[in-house]
Each structure stands twice: as structure tokens, then as C-alpha cells.
Design a protein around this ligand. Structure first.
Ligand SMILES: Nc1nc2c(c(=O)[nH]1)N[C@H]1C(S)=C(S)[C@@H](COP(=O)(O)OP(=O)(O)OC[C@H]3O[C@@H](n4cnc5c(=O)[nH]c(N)nc54)[C@H](O)[C@@H]3O)O[C@H]1N2
Ligand SMILES: Nc1nc2c(c(=O)[nH]1)N[C@H]1C(S)=C(S)[C@@H](COP(=O)(O)OP(=O)(O)OC[C@H]3O[C@@H](n4cnc5c(=O)[nH]c(N)nc54)[C@H](O)[C@@H]3O)O[C@H]1N2
Ligand code: SF4
Ligand SMILES: [Mo]
Length: 707
């Protein structure tokens, strides 16, 4: 039996894998792991279905000409092609014309090595990753306010200790079901939970109260709540004086957020506003948690900040176990993935690429001259938007992301990918993005490799190898090594995850995300270790901000924020709001979960959820074909009637590609600070489709010559 962790979300539930006599693996939740205590959601429970999946890629694929189909090839040929394309592009357009796009599902070792490969082997400034599409707005706000970002600055278990929890745009009952045990425990003790979501989600159903704002009005809502807190003398003045700076400017900024005005903007009734503030202020322990619903907007950073401002005014961060503000990170290693160098402006340990001291530290670990390190690059969408243009990337290497499905304005992204000189994709399957590649490199998955992950709490975990990969498949580390060899830097890229982790500890040592004291031996011995952990005798830091904030003056910073005009407003042609997000049964772009027979049966097809009243007006009944249209594109989806959703809002999960790709419709307006796209709300036209020709998702198996 091998103890390991789930391949999917940032809860990183403990899983045990036991070989059966027929060679397959029996999968069960680990009762000893404190986060899930044996519980698993249906995605984790079915994860073993993909290990020996018939569509699993076992050989590299190459394309002989743009119009030619992909064909199987050997590793030497495939990696030679990648190296040749890199060198050709560097010669023609310079080093920055080669780009890398990573993913928050990669282990710490892979994320670290990807960042190092970009900076050392390619020496390009163009590297970023899908975390930009995930929690980057909360990251930017937390860094500004607290001096650092760790999704949850406390363990998940603290949720059970909170007397009040406010969840803003977060649906853990569907997105992290085993975490609900902490919420259930709290409510069993009498805690009050308030969900703020335009939809009546599974989480809202369990909560004490549900407020249904107009999408993208959370910033005004938070400012309005702070206005009431000030007016009602509910501010924790002592905390504000001793632990924060900048409150006066925020006090002034929220002066005009009168409750009736906030009601008009958000749709939340004045008495509910008062009730929420009083509940929060009266509780001995209270927590505000934001997730993608609040953050994935063109003013997501300021929205997260507005909720942090409220939390600070009420004295919550660092007050006591069960109090604070946190963001619930999403991908398996969304946390670790952003700490170790995949982000355009970051080096390992949350060091900054623009900081001379940070550059010198990491350059010394890598054995290079700091001047050889490139400058910070551009964010994920900005890089995609400029592919193939002057000053943009001409050869792109993608690992662990399916941008054709998951990036906003996805048709445009597909066009930009087509403008590249060369695209290489490393994946387990031929994802929609891999279908466009010149070379596809097959890689190992979770249960076939060792590595570390850092979950949403900042807890570092051992993911252990439980099975042999299919013959012919290489790890991401081996693929990077093979490429580095061809670029003359092979020695700097070990393939043993333990060796990479040892280097990561050194590179992160002394940084904000300090892994220096987190050894593999300590993890193997079962120690529960949260970063920062500067030395081997340090117990790690489950709770941050207890005495001070890691800002220069030790105080948390208030920042005044106001909503900007939305990038697109509803008009006569697009009178409704399209909200996107997740279905319980699928994961992200669906490359993995759409291939699980169990999950595919549970949620077989893309759909749009709409209120029965809206459906009635539009003469739509359950199962009808509904056409959605925004200024960028359209899709025909099956109607699913949902009495819990606002009447002016429709909801589509983003797990499908092809003609059912909702990101063909979404807006690529970016938050000016975090560069997060506005995935969560855009004006949309909704009508009954003239013919029932549904947008079918991409066929599972694309045509590949010779396979
Ligand atoms: N089943 C499943 N679980 C997953 C994933 C998955 O793909 N599938 N992905 C993982 C990842 S990477 C992530 S980031 C997390 C995301 O986890 P969540 O953030 O919980 O998931 P979402 O469905 O994206 O958004 C949450 C809620 O925000 C609401 N919302 C939309 N717009 C607004 C708004 O303007 N204001 C407010 N207040 N709410 C709004 C939506 O209705 C939705 O219910 O889930 C992780 N877990
Ligand atoms: N409209 C809309 N769009 C969204 C969102 C939304 O709420 N609405 N949410 C956004 C968010 S929060 C996120 S996180 C992104 C996620 O979007 P993507 O980045 O597309 O995420 P995944 O579908 O998880 O893609 C991961 C890919 O890597 C492969 N893979 C898995 N493990 C490995 C590995 O170890 N190595 C390699 N090389 N490959 C691997 C998988 O098969 C899969 O094809 O989508 C964003 N897009
Ligand atoms: S909640 Fe997340 S980590 Fe846990 S089993 Fe489900 S997908 Fe895996
Ligand atoms: Mo995410």
C-alpha cells in the first residue's frame, strides 16, 4: 500500500493505493490524513481510472507540416525537433521569443525546474502559468495588505473554530466536498455561515444565510458593509491602531457607500447588510473567505482588498484561531506552483526577479552570474495574446495547461497559437491544446512519480510513486533534462525529484516561502509542516500573522478601493449576465475527468443553468437547446432549469472544449494589477436555438495518423 495525494484540487486529500492481483490499483481515502480523514469527492475517488486509460499517450507525437496530422515518433526525434525550434526562434527573434506556459497542477519540483529552465536554459523573460487565471487577484491583494500571500494563513481545521464564516464567491460543497466536514463541525456547534453567491449552490443550501448579489458587485458590497461597521461603531479601534496602517483613507473612501445605494447596486436588501455586519462584529471568532467568484473579475484585486479591509477593520486577521481572511486556492499545487518560479516576476521562495538581492541569492544557487537572469516577463494572457507578433513569443512550450479551453476569449487564443512558428505541449492525453501542437510529449501522472505538493493551507505534502508509468512515458523532469541537454545545460537539470527538492530548499531558504527546514525525511516521518520553516528544528508555521505582519512596519495595510466601470455592460442585445465556474463532477478543462467513464456518465454533457422564470419568458424548457451569444462568440447548450439562480444570470461550467467551449464567449478584460481575466461575468444574449444542433464537445479521440 502506498500513501499519496489526489491528482486534482488544492485540498490534496490523502489517498492510499493498494495493488490488486490483476495489477490495477485500489484507491481509498486515507483516514490518517487530517484534511480529509478518509473522505474523497467523486473526482478523487475515480482518479485511478485514468492511470491505464486507453487514450493515455505513450509515445511522442510530431507533425511533419502544419496541415499534416500528428504521427507517433521516438523521443530522440521529438526532442530534437523541440530543440531545433528553440534555436531557430532564438536566432531569428532573440531569446525572449521562446516562451513557457506552466500549470498549478505540477509538483513543486516540476514548477521549480520549469522556472529554472526558462531562466537558465532558455534565458527568456517569457514564462507564466495558469495560476494567473486562478487566484492571482487574491495573491496581489494579500501581498499588498499583509506583505505576503499564503492562500489560507491558517489550517482548514480553523474553519470549524469560527463562530461566523462568510464565503464570498466560493462553493466548496461542489469544488472541495471533503472540506465541508470543517463547516459541518462549526454549524453543529452553532456557528453561522453566510454564502454570497448569485447562485443557490450546494454550499448555500447548507449555510445559515444566502445573499444573492448581482454578479461583479462584491466590491461595492464589502465597502457598504464597512460603511455600516464604521457608522455603528463596530470597528475594532484598538486593532486598527496597533496592527494596521492607512485606515483613514479607507474610512473616507467608504463614506459614500450608503446602505440604500449599496442595495441598489448589489441587490442585497438593507436589513440583510446590517444583519451581516452585526453578526460578523459580534462573533468572538469570524472568518471571511473569498474564492474565484469574487476574484475572477477585471477588478478582482480591489474586490479581494475590499474584503480584507473589512476583515482588518473588524480586527480578524491574526486575532485567534478561527478568525481571519483567506482565499481558497484551487489547483492541486496552486499554492506551491506560484512560490517557486513559474510566475513571470518570481524566483523560488517568492523571491522577486526584479530585486537585486533576490536575484543574487538564486543565481548563486544556480551557479550563474545574476546578470544572466532575464527581467520579469508578462502575464499569462498577455503572453498568449501576443503570440506570433513582433516582440511576442514565436516558439511556445506548454506543460500542464489546456489553454484552448481554459483561457478567456479562447477562439482568439487558438488563433494566436496558430500564428506560432512552433508549439510543444507536454500532457497525459491529447488535450485540445495538444491537438494544435507541432510536438506532443507524453508524461507521467501523480501515482507514477515522487514529488511534493503544497496545499491551500501552505502544508507541504509528499506525493509518492505507487505504480510504474506506461513504457515509453517520461516524467516532466526527464523531458526538461532532455531539452536542456540539447541546449548545452543538461548538468543543471537533475531528473531525481529528491535532488530537485534539495535545491529548491536552498533556493527558497531565507525567502518568504521558506522551505529550508522542510526535509523529505521529516515529511516521510509524518510531521505536519507548513511554510515558512527556516530550519530543521523549526516546527513550521500553521498560523500566520499572530504577532505581526511581514510588512516593513509589521502592520497590515488598508488600501482604499472603488469599483471601476465594468469592461462590458449589459445592453439591449446582451441583457443577461453569463457567470462561469465549476460542476462537481468535472475538473477544469476536462482533459482528465471527461475521460473517466464514471464521471462522464454522471455529467455527460455541457449545460447552461437558468432560472425557470427566465426560461418561461424565453419559452425554454428543461433540455432545450439554448443559444448563448456574447460579442466574441456563441454556443448552443442544453438548458438546465435552476430555481436557485438569479433571474438575470445564467451559469455555464467551463469543462468542455470544441464548440461547447464557454471561454469562446468570455471576456479577456484583465485586472490591471493581477492581470486576472474577467471570467466570471459578461453580458450575454440568451435565446431558444432555432434548431437543436448542440455544440458538441471535442471528440475524445482526435484523429492521429498511425494510432
Ligand atoms: N469539481 C471541481 N472542483 C474544483 C475544480 C473543478 O474544476 N471542478 N477546480 C479547482 C480550482 S482550480 C479552483 S480555482 C477551485 C474554485 O472553487 P470555487 O471558487 O468554489 O468555484 P467556482 O465555481 O469557480 O466559483 C465559485 C462560485 O462563485 C460564484 N460567482 C460567480 N460570479 C460571482 C460574483 O460576481 N460574486 C460572487 N459573490 N460569486 C460569484 C459562482 O456562482 C460559483 O458558485 O475549485 C477547485 N475544485
Ligand atoms: N470560464 C472560465 N474559465 C476558467 C475558469 C473559470 O472559472 N471560468 N477558471 C480558471 C482557473 S481557476 C484555472 S485553475 C484554469 C485551469 O485551466 P487549465 O490550465 O487548462 O487546467 P487543467 O484542465 O487542469 O489542465 C491541466 C492539463 O495538464 C495535464 N496534466 C495533468 N497533470 C500533469 C503533469 O503532471 N504534467 C503535465 N505536463 N501535464 C499534466 C492535464 O491532462 C490537462 O490537460 O482555468 C481557468 N479558466
Ligand atoms: S476534494 Fe480535491 S483533493 Fe479531495 S478528492 Fe476531491 S478533487 Fe481530490
Ligand atoms: Mo483554479
Amino acid at each position: 500500500m502506498t500513501d499519496t495525494h489526489c491528482p486534482y484540487c488544492s485540498l490534496q486529500c490523502g489517498i492510499m493505493l493498494t495493488p490488486r492481483p490483476d495489477g490495477s490499483l485500489d484507491l481509498a481515502g486515507r483516514p490518517d490524513f487530517p484534511v480529509n480523514r478518509g473522505g474523497l469527492c467523486r473526482k478523487g475517488a475515480t482518479a485511478a481510472e485514468l492511470l491505464d486509460h486507453p487514450e493515455r499517450l505513450t509515445t511522442p507525437l510530431v507533425r511533419d507540416a502544419r496541415a499534416a496530422p500528428l504521427r507517433p515518433a521516438g523521443w530522440t526525434e521529438a526532442l530534437d525537433r523541440v530543440a531545433a525550434a528553440i534555436l531557430r526562434t532564438q536566432e531569428r527573434h532573440g531569446r525572449d521569443a521562446v516562451g513557457m506556459f506552466g500549470g498549478g497542477g505540477l509538483t513543486n519540483e516540476k514548477a521549480y525546474q520549469l522556472g529554472k529552465f526558462a531562466r537558465v536554459a532558455l534565458r527568456t523573460r517569457h514564462i507564466d502559468y495558469n495560476g494567473r487565471f486562478c487566484m492571482s487577484s487574491a495573491v496581489a491583494a494579500a501581498t499588498r495588505a499583509f506583505g505576503m500571500d499564503r492562500g489560507l494563513p491558517f489550517p482548514f481545521a480553523d474553519i470549524a473554530l469560527a463562530d461566523v464564516v462568510v464565503l464570498v464567491g466560493s462553493n466548496p460543497a461542489d469544488t472541495m466536498p471533503p472540506a465541508m466536514r470543517f463547516f459541518d463541525e462549526g454549524r453543529a456547534r452553532g456557528a453561522r455561515h453566510v454564502v454570497i453567491d448569485p447562485r443557490g449552490t450546494a454550499t448555500a443550501e447548507l449555510a445559515t444565510a444566502h445573499l444573492q448579489p448581482v454578479p461583479n458587485t462584491d466590491l461595492s458590497l464589502a465597502n457598504g458593509l464597512l460603511h455600516i461597521a464604521i457608522r455603528e461603531n463596530l470597528v475594532d479601534e484598538e486593532y486598527v491602531t496597533t496592527r494596521t496602517s492607512g485606515f483613514d483613507a479607507v474610512r473616507r473612501a467608504v463614506r459614500s457607500y450608503w446602505p440604500d445605494r449599496v442595495e441598489r447596486v448589489t441587490g442585497i436588501a438593507v436589513p440583510d447588510l446590517y444583519d451581516l455586519v452585526r453578526t460578523l462584529a459580534a462573533a468572538p471568532t469570524a472568518m471571511i473567505l473569498t474564492a474565484r467568484g469574487a476574484e475572477q473579475h477585471a477588478d478582482g484585486t480591489d474586490t479581494a482588498q475590499a474584503w480584507i479591509n473589512l476583515a482588518l477593520a473588524l480586527g480578524l486577521p491574526g486575532r485567534a484561531p478561527g478568525s481571519g481572511w483567506g482565499t481558497i486556492t484551487g489547483q492541486g499545487n496552486g499554492q506551491g506552483g506560484r512560490e517557486h518560479g513559474q510566475k513571470a516576476d518570481q524566483l523560488p521562495g517568492y523571491r522577486r526577479l526584479a530585486d537585486p538581492v533576490d536575484r543574487a541569492h538564486v543565481a548563486a544557487v544556480w551557479g550563474i552570474d545574476p546578470n544572466e537572469l532575464p527581467a520579469p516577463g508578462v502575464s499569462a494572457y498577455e503572453m498568449l495574446d501576443r503570440l506570433g507578433t513582433d516582440g511576442g513569443v514565436h516558439t511556445l512550450l506548454v506543460a500542464a495547461s489546456n489553454v484552448v479551453v481554459s483561457a478567456p476569449n479562447a477562439r482568439h487564443v487558438a488563433q494566436r497559437l496558430a500564428a506560432l512558428d512552433f508549439l510543444a505541449v507536454t500532457d497525459l492525453f491529447v488535450s485540445e491544446t495538444a491537438q494544435l501542437a507541432d510536438v506532443v510529449l507524453p508524461t507521467t501522472q501523480w501515482a507514477e512519480e515522487d514529488g511534493t505538493m503544497t496545499n491551500a493551507e501552505g502544508r507541504v505534502l509528499l506525493r509518492r510513486r505507487a505504480a510504474d508509468p506506461p513504457p515509453g512515458v517520461r516524467t516532466d523532469l526527464e523531458i526538461l533534462r532532455g531539452s536542456a541537454d540539447r541546449l548545452g545545460h543538461g548538468d543543471m537539470f537533475p531528473t531525481d525529484p529528491g535532488a530537485v527538492y534539495a535545491e529548491l530548499r536552498q533556493a527558497s531558504g531565507g525567502g518568504i516561502a521558506d522551505y529550508g527546514g522542510i526535509t523529505l525525511e521529516r515529511l516521510a516521518a509524518g510531521e505536519e509542516l507548513f511554510w515558512p520553516c527556516p530550519d530543521e528544528n523549526h516546527p513550521g508555521t500553521p498560523r500566520l500573522f499572530v504577532d505581526r505582519f511581514p510588512t516593513p512596519d509589521g502592520r497590515a495595510a488598508f488600501v482604499p478601493v472603488r469599483p471601476r466601470l465594468a469592461p462590458e455592460l449589459p445592453d439591449a442585445e446582451h441583457p443577461y449576465l453569463l457567470v462561469t465556474g465549476r460542476d462537481r463532477g468535472h475538473y477544469q478543462s476536462g482533459t482528465q475527468t471527461r475521460r473517466s467513464p464514471t464521471l462522464q456518465q454522471a455529467v455527460p454533457r455541457p449545460y447552461v443553468a437558468l432560472h425557470p422564470e427566465l426560461a418561461r419568458v424565453l419559452e425554454i424548457v428543461e433540455g432545450d437547446a439554448v443559444r448563448l451569444r456574447t460579442v466574441r462568440g456563441d454556443a448552443v447548450l442544453h438548458a438546465r432549469l435552476d430555481t436557485g439562480i438569479r433571474r438575470d444570470t445564467v451559469f455555464v461550467p467551463f469543462h468542455w472544449g470544441g464548440a461547447a467551449c464557454v471561454n469562446d464567449l468570455t471576456s479577456d478584460a484583465l485586472d490591471p494589477t493581477s492581470r486576472m481575466p474577467a471570467f466570471k461575468a459578461c453580458p450575454v444574449a440568451v435565446e431558444k436555438a432555432a434548431s437543436a444542433v448542440f455544440a458538441e464537445p471535442t471528440p475524445a479521440e482526435p484523429a492521429i495518423a498511425g494510432i
